[in-house]
Design a protein around this ligand. Structure first.
Ligand SMILES: [Zn+2]
Ligand SMILES: [Zn+2]
Length: 285
């Protein structure tokens, strides 16, 4: 993906689908990123985190039913769950229900042991919501859990997937998803962290980083306490990557109340390559 110039975050215009150029070594079959939800809160104009890759693999489930029509809900093969906070898991409940009625294949719900344990004990626990690993039957269930061991690459829905631990208030993973040698990274909810950058620096063909930023600089105290970034912590963080200006960095998880302020402050950051993601964006990476 190429993106020129700061700070005009609206330069994608109304059609934000970009064709990857074919003459600069970019793989023939790029990854299609569909933004379903990209905010750190919800209003009728903001949806919580959920992204699709090639319409097969979801990263987080904050808005998989509020933001997707049924055919796309049915088409999904797997969901990577970065952590168990409600804004990232909530629509697992409703997508399981919808898929159960349609008789879909089991939806793989992949995450670390700690994340899946919270889902089993506190979400799909037969009280808050039914245990869809046993509906309609244990043999052919609506959802199936898949444990991701830290930094171990496994195949999920035809992609290579690695979970990298990041720094939040509960067990949280970043993800690196690869296909045909190209990869895309997703930060998960995190404040300043170390290991993710070490791993990303080793990537040979990293197409983009979906990166969280939640609060404006004035809210640094709450951002630090809650394990999130402000623009002023984002900049030194991105500079841990060798050439941040060459890494398309797609910002998400801005809190709706602070949307304009965070965007203004991010637009002032120099030496980085930032785009604020919007609902319904479709990007070829
Ligand atoms: Zn969180
Ligand atoms: Zn969150």
């Amino acid at each position: 993906m190429s993106r020129g110039g700061l700070p005009n975050f609206d330069s994608f215009g109304s059609c934000r689908l970009r064709s990857a150029p074919s003459d600069d070594g970019i793989a023939e079959s790029p990854l299609l990123l569909r933004v379903v939800g990209c905010h750190g809160g919800e209003t009728p104009k903001h949806r919580t985190s959920a992204f699709l890759l090639d319409d097969r693999l979801a990263i987080d489930a904050g808005s998989l039913t509020s933001g997707l029509d049924l055919p796309l809900q049915y088409k999904l093969e797997a969901v990577l769950v970065s952590h168990a906070h409600l804004d990232h898991i909530r629509d697992l409940a409703t997508i399981a229900d919808n898929r159960a009625h349609h008789g879909c294949k089991p939806l793989i719900v992949a995450g670390t042991v700690a994340t899946l344990d919270v889902l089993k004990r506190h979400f799909f626990n037969g009280l808050v919501w039914p245990d869809f690993t046993a509906i309609p039957s244990k043999k052919e269930p609506t959802i199936r859990y898949k444990i991701l061991k830290p930094e171990l690459r496994v195949e999920v829905a035809g992609f290579g997937v690695r979970a990298i631990a990041v720094s939040h208030t509960i067990d949280t993973s970043a993800f690196i998803v690869d296909k045909n040698g190209a990869s895309v990274a997703y930060s998960g909810d995190t404040g300043p962290t170390v290991r993710l950058w070490e791993v990303l620096r080793e990537e040979r063909d990293l197409r983009a980083l979906l990166m969280e930023v939640s609060f404006p600089n004035e809210e640094q105290r709450v951002a630090t306490l809650s394990g999130h970034h402000t623009p002023q912590t984002l900049l030194p963080e991105l500079k841990k990557f060798a050439k941040p200006q060459d890494l398309p960095t797609l910002l998400y998880h801005i809190k709706p109340a602070f949307q304009a302020k965070v965007e203004t402050q991010c637009a002032r950051l120099k030496g980085v390559n930032l785009t604020v993601l919007r609902l319904e964006d479709q990007l070829l990476l």
